[in-house]
Write a protein that binds this ligand. Structure first.
Ligand SMILES: [Zn+2]
Length: 492
């Protein structure tokens, strides 16, 4: 199809599909994303391969399932074996770089995520990492770094003005979009790939107040005090963390309004980027991809404001592709998964794949060109942080299984969600509330077989044994990751 398109790849973190207006939500959270969907293609049933960022982004950009690339959880610490495996995998931006693309990123994950970008702007430290930049361009990028830092400081200043103790200064959407546009503006003449990561929809949700007010109507709610709801959380560390960070929220509806407000805020900033591309005359030659690394459970399944569990709320994500060669206003109903993304984009960009087996997914171009109406009978997911579970989902059923009895126990909630084995009839019970694993043996056997066959495809299933693995990267790096996880509320 297109060989000269730029690629803008946007991830809005922890964004579950069901809260976007273009995915049927009753509230107007996403006017700009809705427009993007009307200009391009929307995948109704897109799923992540896991429910945490490190693992999911690795799948998104490698086209491999966590069981294959080895990062099943947050990725600390990593064994030599895993590090070696990750070093041998090619990510999308590395493939594009080998095809002459300038590669740019705005994020704060670092480690293997930042590898080989021409410019990786680190939001966490407000500095640009000039990794991979030749000496010739150093001065130019030093200037860029100074400009980007100024933008970040401005964003922080605004946040202070709002009087908000915002989590992660310098990570808010207005800073992310400003840095992204700045990076693009300086490279308009180059063919570029940019990865833009918005974080506002990750708990604790804290968009500017007008965005919350838009979605919260006190008179509509008769909910009990949020403090009483949080008191029911057994895990003291988690309970105290949420109580501290949600002390201004009177009830769960308010927190959901904060989440919706965060979506609207990120959407607003995304709109600025779309207008920017239009104003600079490069919309027509830019492929735009929007998705999320995973979803979010707002109260469902007893999981409060987090994304563990393999229920649809935590793995059903938006996926929209727009740009040259992509039909307008098309909605695809077939199941698709993040591992399909890299092969799809390379196919669209007309970049040949050296080894057909390098991806676990397939190009979705036959869906784009209407050759077929669906491509996969099932999607697969797994998790290894608070629980150790795997799941398979068809259009009819979802089967979730813990790898052992102990693995069914949720370390976050200190309880068991659903049981060691769960089966849901999605046609009758789309919210996955009635576990029928003991009632429909035929369906259970068939779907369990599907999962076992899938696991068998991978010769060496990578099991997460983080507690027994040797530390293989510096204490400083590990400290940074732990700090990030702490800021996000994963660790006490
Ligand atoms: Zn839990």
């Amino acid at each position: 199809m297109q060989s000269k398109s730029n690629v803008v790849f946007v991830i809005i973190d922890a964004l579950r599909a069901r809260n976007l207006s273009c995915y049927g939500y009753s509230k107007p959270t996403t006017p700009n994303i809705d427009l993007l969907a009307r200009q391009g293609m929307l995948f109704e049933k897109a799923f992540s391969c896991t429910n945490v960022t490190d693992s999911s982004l690795t799948s998104i950009f490698s086209g491999k399932y966590p069981i294959n690339h080895g990062i099943i959880s947050h990725g600390i610490p990593l064994s030599d074996k895993k590090l070696k495996k990750i070093s041998e995998i090619q990510f999308l931006h590395e493939i594009l770089k080998s095809q002459g693309y300038l590669t740019l990123a705005v994020d704060w994950l670092k480690r293997w995520h930042k590898r080989n970008y021409d410019v990786y702007y680190d939001l966490f430290h407000g500095q640009q990492d000039p990794h991979g930049i030749s000496k010739k361009r150093t001065i130019k990028y030093k200037m860029l770094k100074a400009a980007a830092n100024a933008i970040r400081l401005l964003g922080m200043k605004k946040a202070y003005k709002r009087g908000k103790a915002r989590l992660g200064y310098g990570r808010e959407a207005e800073t992310v979009s400003a840095v992204a546009m700045n990076l693009i503006k300086r490279n308009l003449k180059r063919k570029f790939f940019i990865f833009i990561h918005f974080w506002d929809t990750h708990a604790i949700y804290n968009p500017p107040q007008p965005y919350v007010d838009k979605f919260y109507h006190h008179e509509d709610t008769e909910q009990e005090d949020l403090g009483k709801v949080l008191d029911q959380i057994r895990n003291q560390g988690r309970r105290e963390y949420l109580k501290e960070h949600l002390k201004e929220a009177p009830n769960t509806d308010y927190v959901i309004a904060q989440y919706d407000g965060a979506i609207a805020y990120a959407d607003h900033e995304l709109g600025k980027i779309l207008n920017f591309l239009e104003d600079h005359g490069i919309s027509e030659k830019t492929l735009f991809v929007l998705t999320s690394d995973h979803g979010e459970s707002l109260t469902e399944h007893g999981i409060l404001f987090d994304h563990h569990g393999l229920y649809d709320v935590s793995i059903h994500v938006p996926l929209i592709i727009s740009g040259p060669g992509i039909p307008s206003g098309k909605r695809v109903d077939g199941l698709v998964q993040h591992v399909d993304l890299v092969p799809t984009l390379l196919d669209i960009l007309n970049i040949p794949i050296s080894n057909k087996n390098m991806f676990d997914g397939n190009s979705l171009v036959p869906l784009i060109t209407d050759e077929v109406s669906s491509m996969r009978p099932a999607i697969f997911a797994e998790e290894a942080y608070y629980e150790r579970k795997r799941a398979v989902r068809t259009n009819d059923y979802k089967y979730i299984v813990a790898l052992s009895k102990r693995d069914a126990f949720c370390r976050c909630c200190q309880s068991i969600h659903g049981g060691q084995e769960e089966l849901y009839n999605l046609r009758k019970d789309p919210d996955e509330t009635q576990n029928i694993v003991g009632k429909d043996h035929k369906a259970k056997e068939a779907i369990e077989r599907r999962l076992l066959d899938w696991v068998k495809l991978f010769d060496h299933p990578a099991l997460e044994k983080s507690s027994t693995e040797k530390r293989t990267y510096s204490r400083e790096e590990e400290k940074e990751v732990i700090e990030r996880l702490r800021k996000l509320g994963y660790m006490e």
